[in-house]
Design a protein. Structure first.
Length: 153
């Protein structure tokens, strides 16, 4: 991993751990989902409020609660910043893009997603990829109104 990317990763993850964005239970969410990583114990709950503007649905509100490692917390925090206010279809595509970028052999593919590019360096540590992807998989479950707990297994 390049020194510059490692530095960006460390700064970004530390900042989001010290001051996670949208870290709270949402009052009266329209949708919510829970996720669990049994390998390391990460737990995430994603809350959504989906609004309508004309015919398009949008992410009118997004928040999360989590216990677990710094990578999971930072990923969830960055996710809420990126997806808040987005068209729901676009938010789903962005989540799919992040998940695709962490599949084995995938290219980074995160360059146009702001700070999230820093999480790309986690690919060097395959056991930590689940920590990054759990919030994103849980977001998709919330958007789909899937009542099953998301698991990394």
């Amino acid at each position: 991993m390049g020194e510059e990317l490692q530095s960006l990763y460390q700064r970004t993850v530390l900042e989001h751990c010290r001051s996670p964005r949208n870290f709270h239970a949402m009052d009266r969410p329209d949708r919510m989902a829970e996720g669990f990583n049994p390998l390391c114990g990460d737990k995430v709950t994603v809350y959504l409020r989906v609004g309508r503007e004309g015919r398009a649905a949008s992410i009118a509100g997004i928040s999360f609660e989590a216990t677990g490692c710094a990578i999971c917390l930072a990923s969830a925090s960055m996710m809420t910043e990126l997806l808040s206010g987005e068209d729901a279809r676009e938010a789903r595509q962005q989540a799919a893009k992040v998940l695709e970028a962490f599949k084995p052999g995938a290219e980074n593919g995160l360059a146009d997603l702001g700070e999230i590019v820093a999480l790309g360096s986690v690919r060097a540590y395959p056991s930590r990829i689940r920590c990054v992807t759990l919030p994103w998989r849980t977001f998709k479950a919330a958007l789909d109104r899937d009542a099953n707990t998301v698991s990394t297994e």
